[in-house]
Design a protein around this ligand. Sequence first.
Ligand code: RBV
Length: 419
Amino acid sequence: MTQNYKVADIGLAEQGKMKIEWAEARMPVLMALREQMRQTQPLAGQRIAGCLHVTKETAVLIRTLVAAGADVSWSGCNPLSTNDEIAAALAADGVKIYAWHGLNRDDYYWCIDKTLEFQPTLTLDDGADLITRVHTTHQHLIPTIVGGTEETTTGVHRLRSMAAAGKLKYPVLAINDAETKWDFDNVYGTGQSTLDGILRATSVLLAGKNMVVAGYGHCGKGVAMRAKGMGAHVATTEVKPTAALKATLEGVHVFTMDQAARWGDVFVTATGVKDIIVGRHFDVMRDGAIVCNTGHYDCEINIGDLQARAKSKRTIRDNCDEYVMQDGRRIYLLGDGRLVNLACAEGHPSEVMDMSFANQFLGMVLMASQGRSLQPGVFDVPAEMDQRLAGTKLETMGISIDQLTPEQVTYASSYLEGT
Ligand code: RBV
């Protein structure tokens, strides 16, 4: 029998199982859906190829997809984000999984291609690498695919460009754009886990430090908010006037990166755009500057420019490389410029992934039943699904909210009511 997994060390499975249990205890919405849909089996007969960070939270999602009847084949969506213990636990459970921490680019695509071997009917992406692979090297699979989902901002951007160019060949749900995803995961998830990654890799005191957060979108805002809470002086860099204005009114300095490069002690990129920190910025940074990225891809910091300026490099701590410049200044790069929260810590906390992955799960169920009737394109998560999910999350937290009376409903919808 051929082995239907490739992981770093299957011997790590027991450790991984305990971590998954830890996450399950903190993901009540997804767990309730699992029990509900174990009965109804809405994913029976579906083959789901997934490409998403192999974390304890993702394992909870995978177990839920399997409980609902799906056959699943999985790869990671970033070379440094796979937790080897989790991958081992999933493999031991019989999940087809091809993922290990620290794989190279060729292995990365080998893993994705392995997940496509069972001819999926649904694709689940984070960053759109899987769906891009289907549309470039595996187009023969398109006729049997009914739909897909996409987890993150960068992936949704890619898919919208693909759709605008007429190149997207099946319907995809933009999970990222659900309110119960971006307004929580992107802000509070990124905020906490990014600082978690920086602290695990450096253990520096953030109080009193100058922290530069490139990009004041949902992710940047979350990082800035939490860094402020730790006592850092926070600045952001922006290209969008309204975002820069919001930052200013929220008490965050706004600088150009040329200005910020001289000012910062710690730099985090959260823009989704390449070349945010380049050679001329490294040239003026302070001795000891710490640089990292929390955007989906590792292109925001130009590492080639950093390497070209360095006379030496050593790994001084786990996930922390020290580059010594020609003039003796030291610059520290965390997690090879890849998502610092996943490369140097455990990604977003389970409590927030509960909502993101409940959306993913319901998105798969929706696509399984309705994908065939949709045209190719990028679709929003239905608004009522979003509100229902938020309501369930509140219930699990023991929080009750009010309901409008019929009179209030009439008032709210009347244009005749005034002074
Ligand atoms: N993300 N997943 C985790 N713990 O499984 N942490 C972060 C986890 C996702 C998050 O939803 C974000 O949109 C995406 O990673 C970026 O690749």
